[in-house]
Design a protein around this ligand. Structure first.
Ligand SMILES: Cc1cc2nc3c(=O)[nH]c(=O)nc-3n(C[C@H](O)[C@H](O)[C@H](O)COP(=O)(O)OP(=O)(O)OC[C@H]3O[C@@H](n4cnc5c(N)ncnc54)[C@H](O)[C@@H]3O)c2cc1C
Length: 359
């Protein structure tokens, strides 16, 4: 049987770790396809932006990892799935047959087409490092999006500019409050941290117009920009919709609790690129991608052995550690929230351990 893993995301890294252990007893041919040799770990993007981590600290060599696990790596982007003849087509026109396919291809940014020419693309993840190195030095950095990634990146750039003698003029624009999915306490902490570190936050406002050098918001705030980091909510890759696979209304692959596509049990998926039919509101983050990855390989092999697949039951609470620059972080778990250097140390420990396991 031929199993194809599409995308080198968090969940497939977990699969690779399992394959490496089981390799001697593996009766299947396994292929990993990803458009870049490296997988960049978003948990450490803020630390990289701030200058704490090097490029090698935040990336995983997928080709090496695949070789060590005894599987084939193909550096390509999958653009189409045919369920009729069970093949994948890549951007370069290669046809890859499969018996079972699993998608862990992450998500893109929700970018308004009329602003596209002034935005700094940081997704797919392999674009991030190169783009942010030049962007953090720009004259007028502007981040749009008040979720965890927007807040982290804006504060990381603020810290980097402070250390390296650049003006403290990073602006974060958010249509809501900062961290709208978190508690009021978390939002208040972030407001105070931003004020003390020199990050300007424009809240409850949206970008109405964008030109070569300036932005005008709905509330008539006019500010200069040197391109914009647009980190609003995740957008699905078009591949599932275009290939007529089961999707939710936003184009994410619709899967059952077993991580199998609805009505197509030989198609699996995990991470940002899926919506679970029973848990449509599940946040799209690395934590759930990793958790799903822990079950994914087991279910793929169960399916091939014609055994019943196990169900993924998401945990109610997850630990969130948002880096706020200068080796401090916001800790959130259930109703417990605090901001301290200890939270950053914990984040650093978890992230470094994750990388050691997979590098
Ligand atoms: C700046 C920033 C900071 C973040 N910080 C955190 C954090 O601290 N904690 C957290 O939990 N979440 C964080 N997130 C969210 C997190 O990045 C995503 O939720 C997470 O990466 C999703 O993992 P994934 O496995 O679904 O996909 P990804 O990690 O995005 O991996 C997708 C993989 O698929 C490949 N791929 C893409 N398209 C194709 C294709 N067509 N064919 C083949 N391969 C393809 C990509 O190259 C990549 O290897 C952050 C996001 C950003 C932007």
């Amino acid at each position: 049987m031929r199993i194809v893993l599409v995308g080198g995301g968090h969940a497939h890294l977990k699969c690779l770790a399992r394959i490496k252990i089981e390799n001697a007893s593996l009766n299947h041919s396994v292929i990993l396809i990803s458009p870049d040799r490296y997988q960049y770990y978003s948990g450490m993007f803020s630390g990289f932006t701030e200058g704490i981590y090097s490029l090698d600290d935040i990336r995983i060599d997928l080709k090496n990892l695949a070789e060590r696990a005894g599987i084939t790596f193909i550096e390509e982007k999958v653009v189409n799935v045919s369920v009729y003849d069970k093949t994948l087509t890549t951007e370069d026109g290669a046809i890859v047959p499969f018996d079972v396919v699993s998608f862990d291809i992450g998500s893109n940014m929700e970018i308004p087409p009329s602003f596209a020419e002034w935005l700094m693309p940081i997704k797919p993840n392999y674009l991030f490092a190169e783009k942010i190195i030049s962007y953090r030095k720009k004259e007028y950095p502007v981040v749009v999006g008040g979720g965890a990634s927007g807040v982290e990146l804006a504060l990381a750039m603020t810290a980097w500019r402070n250390t390296n003698g650049y003006p403290q003029n990073v602006t974060l624009i958010t249509s809501s409050t900062p961290l709208p999915s978190s508690s009021r306490k978390a939002t208040t902490i972030i407001r105070n941290v931003a004020a003390s570190k020199g990050l300007r936050i424009i809240e409850g406002d949206t970008v109405k117009e964008m030109h070569g050098t300036h932005i005008t918001t709905k509330n008539q705030v006019n500010l200069p920009h040197s391109h914009v980091l647009w980190v609003t909510g995740p957008r699905a890759s078009g591949i599932f919709h275009d290939s007529h696979l089961p999707c939710d209304e936003n184009g994410f692959l619709l899967v059952k609790n077993t991580l199998q596509a609805k009505g197509m049990p030989y198609i699996f998926g995990a991470g940002d690129c899926i919506t679970m039919e029973k848990h449509p509101q599940l946040p799209k983050n690395g934590v759930y991608a990793v958790r799903q990855g822990e079950l994914l390989w087991e279910n793929i092999t169960r399916y091939l052995k014609k055994e019943t697949c196990r169900t993924f039951n998401p945990q109610r609470h997850f630990l969130s550690l948002i880096s706020t620059g200068n080796q401090e972080a916001l800790f959130q778990y259930a109703n417990f929230t605090f901001h301290h250097k200890i939270a950053w140390k914990l984040k650093h420990k978890i992230d470094v351990a994750f990388m050691r396991k997979h590098q």
